[in-house]
Design a protein around this ligand. Structure first.
Ligand code: NAD
Length: 428
């Protein structure tokens, strides 16, 4: 029987339930901290979960109802912050886990936000642009009461982008009767976006990799990298690592991977991807369809940057990388993470490694509220400063508590949120 209050997960005792993975990380760290009962209960449960069913007029004249969620895990340190994803696989446990990870992520990099996340069950690839716009606007209208620059600030995630954010900003502004740019981040530059936001998560992955390399005594030019995912995080992350001198020997998308032992020319790969919308057909590499053990290749650094549950108890024994830098959220299950750590593999956890995106989202929110916009150099140098500091703080916490970097990141972030809770006290 659980000693503390818990949120009922849909699928209990399941390695692939990201909410349970998140709870496992939280509980391990809370045990190390000796977190007292009341605080522990408050922080292990989401503050608020909203489910909406929104009707959308489709191009053929029919009306289809889509289910969406917005979960606000915690707002103790500031407005909740977190992306909105469109995917057929979205479910409440996934959104809950992602919302909680956002609380811990914002706290690891010490930006004044809590954690939230949203998702809509849909397949945007089978929808026209008009259908996507109408869905985005109705979903925004349905969650309107709980979002806002001081309440909850969405951002892009899987299958949503700067255009989606522009529609959300416009819908919110129409209801508010004034242009409110700070309601979302990840917007186009022309409507209050920040320079450097598009590359920010990939840049954070690169900074994390640089710091991790120093820890294990490797140089970029001696580091072969395998990247899973060629989107905002994987594609741009691989490009920035390539520019730093790392050798990208493999990158994949949801259909397959391209491999080249001599190293891929990333600008050429991304330009091929932009034109063809698939990695297949890129000339200077071998193409391997999905499912052919991409993650298990010989390499020094593995960057999973696609989706959850990619490194699991089923394949973790075959992973050969010395270092894993998690670009995606939850790419390694709790069981696999423990097994790899015990084998001496260094894992830079998602809540640290991919925090570059939310850090520059914070910069965007600040710039929108100031009405004064920074140069890309300022954005990038402030991002670097925050990421390096967070990395060093996590590393020091791991040495102090003799735990791996994932547990250390949870310890650091939970401790920060818990101390704010104690300071603010309980409203009753
Ligand atoms: P995206 O939609 O831009 O790209 C996803 C990429 O992964 C695509 O190339 C897709 O083809 C590929 N992919 C999907 N499933 C795959 C699979 N099973 N095997 C191989 N490739 C697969 O999404 P993104 O914004 O790059 O997000 C990727 C991950 O990073 C997600 O977990 C997201 O939550 C996380 N993340 C994103 C940001 C951000 O700023 N975009 C910030 C922090 C974390």
């Amino acid at each position: 029987m659980a000693t503390h209050a818990t949120v009922e997960a849909h699928d209990t005792n399941d390695e692939f339930n990201p909410f349970l993975s998140q709870q496992e990380g939280f509980n391990t760290a809370a045990d190390h901290l000796g977190l007292e009962g009341g605080v522990r209960d408050v922080l292990s449960m989401p503050d608020r979960e909203l489910t909406v069913n929104v009707p959308v007029l489709m191009d053929d004249g029919s009306v289809q109802v889509f289910t969406g969620y917005r979960v606000q895990h915690n707002t103790l340190r500031g407005p909740s912050k977190g992306g909105i994803r469109f995917s057929p696989d979205v479910n409440l446990d996934e959104v809950r886990a992602l919302a909680a990870w956002m609380t811990w992520k914002c706290s690891v990099v010490n930006v004044p936000f809590g954690g939230g996340k949203g998702g809509v069950i849909c397949d945007p690839r089978s929808m026209s642009i008009g259908e996507q716009e109408r869905l985005t606007r109705r979903y925004t209208a349905a969650i309107l009461d709980i979002i806002g620059p001081d309440r909850d600030v969405p951002a892009p995630d899987m299958n949503t982008n700067d255009q989606t954010m522009a529609w959300i900003m416009d819908t919110y502004s129409m209801h508010e009767r004034k242009t409110t740019t700070a309601v979302v981040t990840g917007k186009p530059l022309s409507i209050g976006g920040s320079r450097g936001r598009r590359e920010a998560t990939g840049r954070g992955v690169m900074i994390s990799a640089n710091e991790a390399l120093k820890m294990v005594g490797l140089r970029p030019e001696d580091t072969r990298v395998v990247v899973q995912g060629a989107g905002n995080v994987g594609g741009l992350g691989a490009m920035l690592l390539h520019r730093e001198g790392y050798k990208i020997i493999s990158i994949s998308d949801m259909y397959g991977a391209i491999n080249n032992e001599r190293g891929l020319d990333m600008p050429a790969v991304l330009s091929h991807l932009k034109t063809n919308r698939t990695l297949e057909g890129y000339g200077e590499a071998e193409y391997v369809p999905k499912g052919e053990g991409q993650l298990e290749q010989e390499c020094e650094l593995l960057v999973p940057a696609a989706t959850e549950n990619q490194i699991t108890s089923a394949n973790c024994d075959r992973i050969k990388a010395r270092l894993i830098v998690e670009g995606a959220n939850g790419p390694t299950t709790a069981i696999a993470s423990k097994a790899l750590s015990e084998r001496g593999v260094t894992i830079v956890p998602d809540i640290l490694a991919n925090a570059g995106g939310v850090t520059v989202s914070y910069f965007e929110w600040v710039q929108d509220r100031m009405g004064y916009f920074w140069t890309e150099e300022i954005v990038n140098s402030r991002l670097e400063q925050i990421m390096v500091q967070a990395f060093q703080e996590v590393r020091q916490t791991s040495e102090k508590h003799r735990v791996d970097l994932r547990t250390a990141a949870y310890i650091l972030s939970i401790d920060r949120v818990a101390s704010v809770y104690r300071m603010r006290g309980l409203f009753s």
